[in-house]
Design a protein around this ligand. Structure first.
Ligand SMILES: Cc1ncc(COP(=O)(O)O)c(C=O)c1O
Length: 385
């Protein structure tokens, strides 16, 4: 059995009920959504999608007292971010983000910049932290949108979301949060933070299948965004124009229904386990790994030095070999799965000082065992020597 240290890419294994729910949907449910005759299967599919929407609205502290209409589905967080950027930003508008963002943020914003949107990238410190006072200063000059990754996919640094949200609220600038790494691991309350759009992906900390994700919208911001995709919604079929009501406005075409069945099972599992207890468990694993990494000869560790203010996502280089060879050796000799390179985050690597060589990323997850952490450390110390 391999040792999986790549949970920041996608969590694995998934809780057992996830795959079963997907199989059951295809084997015995399997109707399309709102595109049938109100048969038992049609109604069950509508109930399934309604239920996962309600659970997500509750889970993320949805707006309007958790109104599920303000949760819309997408394929992943990348698509969710594109829906917002394309739907909200116009030439002449100003968007602000940070130097710790994933390419899911940077690339679509660079394209919009070419089309006339102004883009400011605020520098983070070499540990990956944004100083909120830089944001306050920048927003005084005026901006239309601020986009922030809640935590780095490279070194796990968590941003001070409360401070950032307060600054955005004071400046009346809509805040978009990329919660790819934190959803399911840290508590998030979109309404309390007044987040305009909280974007999540289903296959990481939420423990669901790939091909699921979405947005928790603040109602006024949802009204201000145009949909990225127009088309059939199964509703208001007499109208040739896209409905304005949510969630239909942002959900054209048949959704990933088996995926949503899996995501629903994952959310039920998460509700039972509890975000706080998952976090505590992962912190224990993270401390054990970090302690061992610190003791490796010739190791450079990136990001925060301790376990405070971070997720258990660690990036390092060894003096003895490049990170690509290191990852291959770990796999070939100990069946340890990690991720070398630049992690779709070249700006973040520049910020941490690991560009262009990149780093080896190790990310244990909820199902990682302490013995697996120890094996990983044994392998690394042999390779370090
Ligand atoms: C911070 C961050 N943003 C965006 C993404 C993109 O996620 P997805 O591929 O699910 O769209 C990731 C995934 O690695 C991420 O860690």
């Amino acid at each position: 059995m391999s040792v999986y240290m790549n949970n920041a890419a996608t969590t694995w294994p998934k809780p057992e009920p996830v795959a079963r729910a997907m199989y059951d949907f295809l084997a015995s449910g399997g109707a399309n959504l709102a595109r049938g005759s109100a048969s038992r299967r049609d109604l069950e599919t509508m109930d399934l999608v309604g239920d996962v929407r309600e659970r997500l609205a509750r889970f993320f502290g949805g707006h309007e007292k958790g109104d599920p209409r303000y949760v819309t589905f997408s394929l992943n967080v990348t698509e969710a971010l594109n829906v917002i950027f394309r739907g909200f930003l116009r030439p002449g508008m100003a968007v602000v983000t940070t130097s710790m963002e994933h390419n899911a943020v940077v690339r679509p914003l660079r394209r919009l910049e070419e089309e006339g949107t102004s883009l400011t990238i605020l520098p983070c410190d070499p540990r990956g932290r944004l100083d909120p006072s830089l944001l306050r200063e920048r927003l005084r000059e005026g901006a239309d949108l601020f986009v922030l990754s809640h935590a780095s996919n490279l070194c796990g640094t968590v941003q001070d979301l409360e401070a950032v949200a307060e600054i955005c609220r004071d400046a009346s600038v809509p805040l978009v949060v990329d919660a790819a790494q934190t959803a399911g691991l840290l508590p998030l309350d979109a309404a309390a933070l007044d987040v305009a759009a909280l974007c999540f992906t289903g296959h990481k900390g939420l423990m669901g299948p790939q091909g699921t994700g979405g947005i928790v919208w603040r109602p006024d911001f949802a009204r201000a965004c145009r949909p990225l995709v127009d088309g059939g919604t199964g509703s208001r079929s007499h109208e040739e124009r896209q409905p304005d009501m949510l969630p239909d406005k942002f959900e054209s075409g048949t959704p990933n229904l088996p995926g949503l069945a899996g995501l629903r099972a994952a959310l039920i599992w998460l509700e039972k386990e509890g975000v706080a207890s998952i976090r505590r468990h992962e912190e224990v694993l993270g401390s054990r790994l970090l302690e061992g990494l610190r003791a490796l000869p010739g190791a450079t560790l990136y990001g925060l030095e301790g376990t405070e203010g971070r997720l258990p996502v660690f990036a390092l280089n060894l003096a003895s070999m490049d990170n690509g060879t290191l990852a291959a050796e770990l796999t070939d000799r100990w069946e340890i799965e990690s991720r070398p390179g630049l992690h779709c985050a070249p700006l973040a690597h520049r910020t941490l000082g690991s560009f262009p060589q990149g780093a080896l990323r190790l990310s244990p997850g909820y199902f990682t065992e302490e013995a697996e952490i120890d094996l990983c450390l044994e392998g690394l110390s042999e390779l370090a020597r």
